[in-house]
Design a protein around this ligand. Structure first.
Ligand code: BG6
Length: 497
């Protein structure tokens, strides 16, 4: 957990002209600063190929904050103070000369302030540049702590399959120690995802129920209403399985399924998550269809306006087989979860933007109010990650009237209503954690590799030329109808989120 201690640091962002910097990183840093939680003194050096003056960079970041930040500057003065910490160094990350320039810029900043030399390098570039950045940080000596700490934050994708993830990890490991490497998965920084851990491990009432004796099934849904937007070229290479399941959805599964860690610190949490990964039943390459299904959105209407199908998006092949929807049925083979199916689904251009985890409990063993116990809905705990952050527990209640009729009612906690504020952005928490040296909510190397290994048979099956095309679904729908049949095989149904 952040200690709240102030210490100077310098953050270098590679890929400072990109979307991530504009939409997430600088708005998050600004919000931290505005909320007085960013350690000071700090400096942020943006770096990218384009020649941009310091002032122009500051102006662009002002725009980014206006458009994307959670909080707006209360006055020009406050913004100016923040902006004074922003600077820019142009250069090609593949060129060693850039690193001499960066060192020069950092030393000038550090020379003007006291305290240790703490440096954080953020990889916000396309992953094809990671090798060069790591190599150059190593060769220039910048990877070594200089009387303080030196850390890197690496954005996903961490490779595109098991082999490439291992290669990336060993490349990083040649230059950095594991405790210097922060692999970011922004889902872990979401407020409600952290709340899930608090719900499980700070309350006595849930943990005794959190097992196969009481839980019938778990559904994890991350549905997006947007399409691939401007990222067609990236998405063609990725697809929903790589883009969302390998990281965000499997991370959620681990947090739901893991045993209580001894403390909420990096090693115990990572160890428990890894145990879950080891307990997930490996996917039989001959039976991929039984546990995985893919879909692709076709054209449709959103808000009455026509939207293109995936194959008509910019940067997408007209005969693309890339999946924009993926559903999985996973089994966690351990004492706690034996026999409980974990259903995961994610998709773009779905009917609604919603991320949630639904835990459905068993029906009561004997129903005294109805002849037909199936007529009473089982209890369900839904953790809403976004939007409308919160959680709801449905219980059976008597409906008003002379007859003894039952109906489900929700015990609902809404984050916004209770705390009266929107939760902070995931990047705020995670950036702060990296500055404070806390990697609990980051992904460890072995977890990442295991996640790729687990999905390998599905990736291999779907890449085959002979593999059937993904099932088509209409934009603004709940995915292909085949996905309903997929879950119905076990007698279940997708939750209507
Ligand atoms: C990213 C994916 O990791 O997560 C995107 O690359 C996706 O394709 C995004 O849109 C979803 O994040 P969020 O926070 O909007 O749910």
């Amino acid at each position: 957990m952040p200690t709240g201690t102030d210490e100077p640091f310098t953050l270098v962002i590679f890929g400072a002209s990109g979307d991530l910097t504009r939409r997430k990183l600088v708005p998050a840093l600004w919000s931290l600063y505005a909320g007085r939680t960013l350690p000071e003194p700090f400096a942020i050096i943006g770096s990218a190929r384009s020649e941009v003056s310091h002032d122009e960079f500051r102006r662009r970041m002002r725009e980014a904050v206006r458009e994307f930040a959670r909080t707006q500057p209360p006055s020009a003065n406050v913004w100016d103070r923040f902006a004074a910490s922003l600077s820019y160094v142009a250069g090609d990350p593949a060129n060693p000369a850039l690193y001499a320039q960066l060192e020069h810029a950092m030393k000038a900043i550090e020379g003007a302030r006291s305290g240790p030399t703490n440096r954080l390098f953020y990889f916000a570039t396309p992953p094809s540049l990671y090798d060069a950045i790591v190599e150059n940080l190593g060769a220039s000596g910048l990877a070594h702590p200089q009387g303080g700490w030196t850390r890197i934050i690496v954005e996903k994708p961490f490779g595109h399959d098991y082999e490439s993830a291992r290669a990336l990890n060993s490349q990083l490991g040649r230059v950095f120690r594991e405790d210097q490497i922060y692999r970011i998965d922004h889902y872990l920084g979401k407020e409600t995802v952290q709340n899930l851990l608090v719900l499980r491990f700070a309350n006595e009432i849930f943990e005794p129920l959190w097992n196969r004796n009481h839980v019938a099934e778990i559904q994890i849904t991350v549905a997006e209403s947007i399409g691939v937007e401007t990222r067609g070229a990236y998405y063609e290479e990725a697809g929903a399985l790589r883009d969302m399941v390998q990281n965000h959805l499997l991370q959620l599964l681990c947090l739901i399924a893991m045993e209580p860690p001894v403390t909420f610190d990096a090693s115990p949490v990572h160890d428990e998550k890894n145990k879950v990964m080891h307990a997930i039943r490996p996917i039989d390459p001959r039976k991929v269809d039984e546990v995985a299904l893919r879909g692709q959105y076709g054209p449709g209407f959103v808000g009455g306006k026509p939207v293109p199908g995936y194959r008509q998006e910019k940067g997408v092949a007209p005969d693309s087989k890339t999946e924009t929807y993926a559903a999985l049925r996973l089994t966690v083979d351990n004492w706690r979860w034996a026999g409980v199916p974990f259903y995961l689904r994610t998709g773009k251009r779905m009917a609604k933007r919603v991320s949630e985890i639904a835990i459905r409990f068993h029906r009561t063993p004997h129903m005294i109010f109805h002849r037909d116990p199936a007529g009473v809905e089982p209890n369900e705990l839904v953790i809403r990650i976004q939007p409308d952050e919160g959680m709801a527990l449905t219980v059976a209640a008597k409906t008003p009237g002379p007859d003894l009729k039952l109906g489900p009612v929700g015990l609902d906690f809404r984050y916004g209503e209770v705390f009266g504020a929107e939760p902070p952005e995931a990047y705020e928490r995670l950036l702060l954690d990296a500055v404070h040296g806390d990697s609990t909510l980051y992904a460890r190397a072995d977890w990442v590799e295991k996640a790729w290994w687990l999905l390998g048979p599905v990736l291999d099956a779907w890449i085959q030329a002979s593999a059937p095309a993904p099932y088509l679904y209409e934009a603004n729908s709940w995915g292909p109808s085949e996905a309903d049949a997929f879950i119905a095989r076990d007698g279940g149904a997708w939750r209507k989120a």
